[in-house]
Write a protein that binds this ligand. Sequence first.
Ligand code: SAH
Length: 450
Amino acid sequence: MRACFGVKTQLLISRVFSRPSTAVRWRAAQTRLLCSPPTGEEKPQRSMLRHLTTKIKATGPIPVAEYMREVLTNPVTGYYVRNNMLGPDGDFITSPEISQIFGELLGVWIVSEWMGAGRPTQLQLVELGPGKGSLASDVLRVFSQLRSVLGGASVSLHLVEVSPALSRLQAQSLTGSRSQEAHAEDEPAYRRGETTGGLPVSWYRRLEDVPTGFSIFLAHEFFDALPIHKFQRTQKGWREVMVDIDPEKPNQLRFVVAPSPTLASSALVQADEGRGHVEVCAEGGVIIQQLARRILEDGGAALIADYGHDGTKTDTFRGFKDHRLHDVLSSPGSADLTADVDFSYLRRMAGGGVACLGPVPQRTFLKNMGIDSRMQVLLRNCSDASTRQQLIASYDVLTNPAKMGERFHFFGLLHPRRLARPPRPEGLKLEKKPSPAPLPVAGFTELSFS
Ligand code: SAH
């Protein structure tokens, strides 16, 4: 369907994107999708391996979810806790790091949904897993360009981040030196500050700690980092895949199948499941339920962008190191671990209360948001040949179906009121004409500049 946005989103887009950007940030990027197989053995991360083997010796084989949680977020040796893994010098690169246009378009989406919700006086921007803080920074630039639209709304930024290393990087990029650690016991935030544009910003370890209130939630490449359980259909029924020590090589781990049902295999596999192997991200399910409840109670929306599928794939658990695929069980803690997001599971866990949109491919979402017009403005105002070439290359990485365009998807949660026809005023009830349709949701509907 081709819908005309008429005034609102279209106006926002032209206000933000009609001007050339002062500094165009781009990277000729390799993504997690453009990797080649590993070339050799990696140096083992001794302390993480020792920690895992001690644990397995004490309790027996551990579920893949526990393995993934330990490797990624163990408070001392976890991969995310210790590393700055994003960018050309790290292990992978993400869309917000490839081009600022990505974050700018999401900024327009947020303002447009805030308007669609009736311009509440409070707007909390909550980002889950903000990485280097680039996405939040690009969104805030749009907020400042649209200051007159946001008017008197009280805007604040809330970042949910487990990694002390990354939170320091985010603080530096978003506030300069205007943030400090919060130590009070009853304080839900572990760091507070003020962005360079003067907005309050706070950091939390868990979504539950973020204050309630009208919020727009962003999660870019966050759900794929959450631990998954793996299950396998056997002749005796569903069994959980576990991680064990290889009996032949004590410093090496291997996958084994649990001989009997576990709590997870009994509770997490759907009765009518048709696949032979299944991955379930129960932690992602809990977070989606929390988002849905908060949206229903306090108003707002969530925009989730990640690579994923709609309940069709089976074995997607994989590792990345130095922009290459990496064996998930080798040198644990030295590489990123990830699994495709199952959007059908997220939709089921969101329940019937909130409205779910998508998943739509990244290419479709960005085109619907006006990425082509933005590119035209940038290219028109750019005379330097190499910058032009790099702009075109980053556009290609984001939208090309063979790169990020089709593998990454956008999924939205909205308050059901947002999609309902507004009630007609009392006096007009006798008229035959239905009340006007709600405004289409930007990004999920094709945009027309008529
Ligand atoms: N959104 C960023 C970073 C993606 S990497 C981007 O697209 O560039 C995943 C991010 O989620 C990192 O910031 C990591 O530290 C954070 N993270 C991973 N697991 C988390 C958890 N359980 N709770 C909070 N943050 C987490």
